[in-house]
Design a protein around this ligand. Structure first.
Ligand SMILES: [Zn+2]
Length: 300
């Protein structure tokens, strides 16, 4: 998603230069790739698993520093519930702009067991590889200063893609615009969450508490998989999930078919019927009220 996010920033620009904004952003990236890679290496080296609240906060403070270095006014947004990883929020106001776009990514990562990490490697010690390690990629040292970096190379560490890459791409995209003297046509806001991998249990209260600050026309969520073909993609809408606890009651001991067959309720079958009844054959949810707060897509 990282290239996509930078691209999304670029399309918000009025293009007045002889070269396109995309070309200018690419030039900035090429001219600064070593410094950017170094910064990204520092970002992914900070542990960011859900249970490690001290390091999650360190990550948030580091991301806030990245914003400040790029001249973005930033703050940490706390949730009403104490102890929740803060949102790193940034804002760039554009004089005369009538639209506001929020860029979303998350700085927390999935749980990781270092013992299951590839032998000799550690989740929060980033390493470079010449390609995918599960194919023909091999570990490689950083090329000598002045040597260009091969764009096919990869940086391996926990969250190097999901989703610290989103943060890096968004902030670098903005940095490239500033360096290229390109002016956005919209107000920009940045919202980097720290609980996504836990299911964002406090996101609703964070959004409610900071409603005025987070007013916007559209969110660009930079946290999705690359298309299987590797091509960039923009998807309208974001899929979420709904969780529920369900208890199914059944007999406490095995029931002999001669006594109970055919008439004793079978909990497995009842559960199968219940689950199957929740969706029709096209995938549409049949639970009453499920779509009540969904705004349908419009043509424009
Ligand atoms: Zn993610």
């Amino acid at each position: 998603m990282k290239k996509l996010c930078a691209l999304a920033l670029v399309v918000l620009l009025g293009s007045t230069a002889a070269t396109t904004p995309l070309q200018q952003v690419r030039r900035f990236r090429q001219a600064n790739e070593r410094a950017l890679l170094t910064e990204f290496g520092q970002l992914v080296a900070i542990p960011n698993v859900a249970a490690d609240t001290a390091n999650l906060r360190r990550t948030a403070v580091f991301v806030q520093g990245m914003m400040q270095q790029r001249g973005i006014r930033s703050q940490l947004l706390a949730a009403p519930t104490p102890g929740v990883a803060p949102v790193v929020f940034g804002e760039v106001k554009t004089p005369g702009a009538t639209r506001t776009v929020i860029f979303y990514a998350h700085y927390d990562g999935q749980p990781v067991n270092p013992a299951q990490w590839r032998e000799g490697l550690s989740p929060f010690t980033p390493v470079l590889a010449t390609g995918p390690l599960d194919r023909d990629g091999r570990l490689a040292p950083l090329p000598a200063a002045g040597q260009p970096l091969d764009p096919n190379w990869r940086l391996y560490a926990r969250s190097a893609s999901d989703d610290k890459a989103g943060i890096m791409a968004i902030l670098t995209g903005y940095q490239a615009l500033v360096a290229s003297k390109l002016k956005p046509t919209a107000n920009l806001k940045f919202f980097f969450e720290g609980e996504e991998e836990r299911g964002s249990p406090h996101l609703a209260e964070l959004l409610a508490r900071h409603k005025a600050l987070l007013a916007s026309d559209v969110w660009v969520i930079c946290d999705g998989p690359v298309h299987q073909s590797g091509r960039k993609q923009v998807v309208f809408g974001a899929r979420g999930d709904v969780n529920l606890g369900l208890t199914v009651y059944g007999p406490r001991r095995p029931l002999h078919s001669g006594h109970y067959g055919n008439w004793a309720p079978n909990p497995a079958l009842a559960l199968a019927r219940l689950l199957a009844s929740m969706q029709d054959s096209t995938g549409r949810v049949r639970v009453a009220g499920f779509y009540d707060d969904v705004t349908p897509l419009t043509l424009a």
